[in-house]
Design a protein around this ligand. Structure first.
Ligand code: ADP
Ligand code: MG
Length: 695
């Protein structure tokens, strides 16, 4: 008798898996038999019941059965076979663009056919295009399927049918012994603990016909939640592992005498808020350790993150190390440079500047000064981390406004700053508040500080939502504000992802506004201007020599002009809530009441209305981010590309928030009681797919 096959064996132990199939499976991350079990269906098809034709709805995938009333070849732009069928409750057209003579004969009038396909709108009635079909002999009773049909994510050369066969084999090997229960004891939640892991896996691969299909399609069935719990736990554990591994590295102990910090505090025209003080203390505690800090500071626009960063920078410098502050754009880097110069040069420190568009000689000088340590603090863009940049003694890296960084990017940056035998401390700052559950998932490898208080005396911005049909009125409003010696932003938003068109739109708007308001000093700033030009315009605006600044979304982050008290955002419906909130944060920085006009192109979709309304109703960045998460999903909130979130198989960051909330204690429990199981769990769900680089 052959040895019993175990789930950890290679898939080649299964029938029908030769080297070619194994290779294809490997592309999907499937190596062991158990990997097949965790390769979950993307969706399902229901062939377990016949749907009466009178109840068909568009885009449903359904099984129907009826009698052919008429079959005819239609000669139009494309020759096609149209087959009209009915079942007494209604009728349907089957449309074939490719068909044989045999098919034509098969689908003759009076024949009974059973079809499966998607219901679509045809020219004159509902139809199915190229459905699967079978002819049913009159005297035969053909049973419908006993289970829903799972549809798996697959790759070229691997058919759904082959997948189902393989998974059937794997399921036959699955029982409580072959796959021990790992985590259900921690799953205190009733809905989740209701099924065992083994039951849940059987269920999702072969759902019984009486299941609530909609629940299953929405990934809200308790068996799916049971699996989502495991998947989220596996993910959380893997992030904890990254964190633990990072903490095995050495980092310089940044503990100075506090003199520089004291001097800066004395120099500032304001005291730090309690929240700022608390976060500074959290950072100082971290960087005084000999392991690299990995901390995320979240703070709403205007909460005063820059000075918090400066305090950390000063601590690094007074401990004898260099610090860098990286910003995503040159405009913002420049603003930080000015701020840091104002704050740090009086303390006798050298602040350097490193961006892409420097002249060669400028750059050579900076590079020399950085590598021999003449510059203690460097401010810049990504250019700070190009290969030819070497630091004398880098102790701290601050990354501003880069919430779009995933774990890989953060680690890559950290590795670039690596010294002889240690890594610099890393501080990531974001002004886009990230809803707690999302942060817990995407940033579980980071410690998080929140500056949850705005400096005193800020008057909340008043926001109105208006259609572009009231443009003339809005232009008058701009005029009135400027007559009162206030300054105004007019923001033109992204047009179809094209920077060129966006700049064009801003140029047109500037011309048009100048015609309407000839007395105003109007200037333009957009992404295609040279940075020196942009800088000059911004300086002029800051100095009060410009009344109205027409801009693209380049001004989104960071720019600080307290006298600006009105912002108009054109086509506001095109932007995400978080981005709009960021933009709006450019006003309301002074002592007068500020206003923001969200102008939209009507008609506005219901979702669009809901989004703009949300922005009108609150100034709380966290509430807005939570709403954005609900309305647009996590990819949009974190930035679509580098979200730092994996593609979950069943878990859903929105729907499973309650599960995400219990991950830290569940992981604590598991790591304390059976740490080796943690490895098994990670391998089960992410085994061959998660690669965190050389951590
Ligand atoms: P953000 O968190 O958006 O980066 P900034 O660091 O740019 O905010 O600070 C916004 C403005 O608030 C700046 O003009 C800054 O000088 C000022 N500011 C920061 N902290 C305080 C404070 N504690 N009290 C008063 N003003 C402050
Ligand atoms: Mg900032």
């Amino acid at each position: 008798m052959a040895d019993k096959i175990t789930l950890t064996q290679s898939v080649t132990a299964l029938k029908g898996v030769g080297s070619k199939v194994a290779e294809r499976l490997e592309k999907l991350g499937i190596n062991q038999i158990q990997d097949l079990l965790f390769h979950l269906p993307l969706r399902y098809q229901d062939r377990t019941r016949l749907q009466p034709m009178g109840t068909l709805r568009l885009h449903q995938e359904v099984l129907v059965e009826g009698t052919v009333k008429l079959s005819q070849i239609k000669f139009g732009r494309r020759r096609s076979l149209l087959c009209h069928i009915g079942d007494g409750t209604g009728s349907l057209v089957l449309r074939f663009f490719h068909f044989s003579n045999t098919q034509l004969q098969q689908l003759a009038q009076g024949v009974r056919v059973r079809c499966f396909g998607e219901v679509r709108n045809g020219p004159s009635s509902l139809e199915m295009v190229h459905p699967e079909y079978q002819v049913i002999a009159d005297d035969k009773v053909v049973p419908v399927d006993a289970e829903l049909t799972p549809i798996y994510p697959t790759t070229e050369g691997l058919h759904q049918l082959s997948f189902r066969k393989l998974i059937k084999q794997a399921l036959a090997l699955l029982n409580d012994e072959s796959l021990p229960e790992l985590v259900i004891e921690q799953a205190k939640l009733n809905a989740v603990a209701h099924y065992s892991l083994v039951e849940a896996l059987h269920f999702v691969h072969q759902p019984p016909p009486d299941v609530d299909v909609q629940l299953l399609l929405d990934k809200r069935h308790p068996t799916q939640r049971r699996l989502a719990y495991e998947e989220l736990l596996a993910h959380h554990l893997s992030m904890r592992k990254v964190k633990a591994q990072a903490q095995q590295h050495a980092a310089p102990v940044l503990k100075g005498d506090g003199d520089y910090r004291q001097q800066l505090l004395q120099q500032l025209p304001f005291p730090l808020t309690n929240a700022q003080q608390r976060v500074v203390a959290e950072i100082l505690t971290d960087i005084a350790q000999a392991i690299p800090m990995q901390r995320l500071v979240q703070g709403d626009v205007g909460s005063g993150k820059t000075v918090v960063a400066a305090m950390a920078v000063l601590e690094a410098v007074s401990a004898g190390y260099q610090a860098v502050m990286m910003a995503p754009t040159e405009l913002l880097a420049d603003q930080h440079l000015q701020t840091f110069k104002t704050w740090l040069e009086p303390l006798g420190l050298q602040v350097g500047w490193c961006v892409g568009k420097q002249t060669a000689s400028e750059r050579r000088q900076v590079l020399t000064d950085l590598s021999d340590g003449k510059i203690q603090v460097a401010v810049g863009t990504h250019a700070l981390f190009q290969d030819e940049v070497t630091f004398n003694k880098l102790g701290l890296v601050v990354i501003d406004e880069q919430h779009r960084f995933g774990v890989h990017q953060r680690l890559a940056l950290r590795d670039k700053g690596k010294g002889a035998d240690s890594f610099p401390h890393q501080l990531v700052m974001t002004a886009t508040p990230i809803p707690r559950t999302l942060a817990m998932t995407a940033y579980a490898d980071l410690n998080v500080s929140v500056i949850d208080e705005l400096p005193p005396g800020r008057i909340p911005v008043t926001t109105v939502v208006l259609p572009d049909t009231r443009r003339a009125e809005i232009v008058q409003r701009v005029d009135v504000a400027c007559q009162q010696n206030r300054q105004v932003y007019w923001v033109c938003t992204l047009i179809e992802e094209s920077e060129h068109l966006q700049c064009q739109a801003a140029e047109d708007a500037a011309i048009e506004l100048q015609e309407a308001l000839p007395d105003l000093r109007i200037a333009l700033v957009h992404g295609r201007m040279k940075s020196a030009e942009k800088e000059q315009v911004m300086q002029q605006f800051k100095a009060g020599n410009i009344d109205l600044l027409v801009a693209t979304t380049v001004i989104e982050v960071g720019v600080d002009v307290p006298n600006a008290s009105l912002m108009i955002i054109e086509n506001a419906e095109r932007l995400g809530l978080a981005q709009l909130h960021q933009l709006r944060g450019r006003v309301g920085r002074g002592s007068v009441q500020s206003h923001c006009v969200l102008m939209y192109k009507s008609p506005l979709s219901e979702n669009g209305q809901a989004r703009l309304r949300c922005l009108r109703d609150t100034n709380d960045g966290f509430a807005i981010a939570q709403r954005d998460l609900e309305l647009r999903g996590p990819g949009e909130v974190l930035g679509t590309r580098q979200t730092g979130l994996p593609q979950f198989r069943v878990a859903d960051v929105m729907q499973d928030q309650d599960l995400i909330n219990v991950m830290p204690p569940a992981a604590d429990h598991l790591l304390a009681s059976s740490p080796d199981l943690s490895e098994q769990l990670i391998a089960r769900w992410f085994g061959h797919k998660i690669d965190f680089g050389q951590v």
